[in-house]
Ligand binder design. Sequence first.
Ligand code: UDP
Length: 273
Amino acid sequence: MSVADLAEDQAVPTDLCTKSESPKRVSLFGVAMDPLRMTEAIARIQGWISHREGRCQYVVTPNVQHSVMLQQHEGLKAAYSEAGLVLADGQPVVMASRLLGRPLPERVAGSDLLPALMASAQPNAPLRLFLLGAAPGVAARAAVQIASRWPAVQVVGTYSPPLGFEHQPEENQRILARIKAAKPDVVAVGLGAPKQELWVHRHCHEIAAPVALCIGATIDFLAGEKPRAPRWMRGLGLEWLHRCASEPRRLLKRYAHDAVAFPQLVWREWRAA
Ligand code: UDP
């Protein structure tokens, strides 16, 4: 899949009202999710960027793995509960929401959200983006792709933190200082779950940007480092299968566990309803 494909479906009007009342959150598996479409989520993020009030607002995108993990992870639960937006990243989560009678309107994956946001940027108000995460050199390659595909986006900084950085106060301060110096509108945090959610939650009062997006492997996708599933597979809710086939050693065990645990979660919730 090419970088161009990442934004093909993402034509977002730039004049959406950013002050509209948000629909009530939907509770699923202990997570309060925002029942928003992609265009509505982008409008909300644009509003945060233009108003710049208060702390950094961050966006999380729960998928099957996160929903299962969260049941045993108080830190992740806390991070989710204070997120500015909680969007369903995964067709199985959307399908479960419908089955349980609390429907989410559509899947809003982190790897689609960032390209959609970049596509909504205007040359007269360029979007300043900081890429945090991925292996050394990958974010710089993603920045080259971004510059050619979305000229209204300026990548104002990239950084690949060393392994274990989250436990090193000095390294964390260095990252926060780099972000502050770059003055981004958006920090795209691609550190994998739950590290990225825990990090933005812990530092949301110190991140000098109006918005942070927890976006998993999106920097790798943008750089062409990892292939994203073809659109037909995503449409059928089979992106997990594609990821599993492309990184079986790392993901097979995780997905096998979630394939058993997630239906149990849905069943428990259905019985409790
Ligand atoms: N990653 C990182 N630092 C870390 C751990 C992970 O930069 O300490 C990056 C990794 O290189 C990859 C991204 O986090 O680019 C997300 O990986 P993963 O596939 O686990 O994300 P998912 O989409 O499954 O949450």
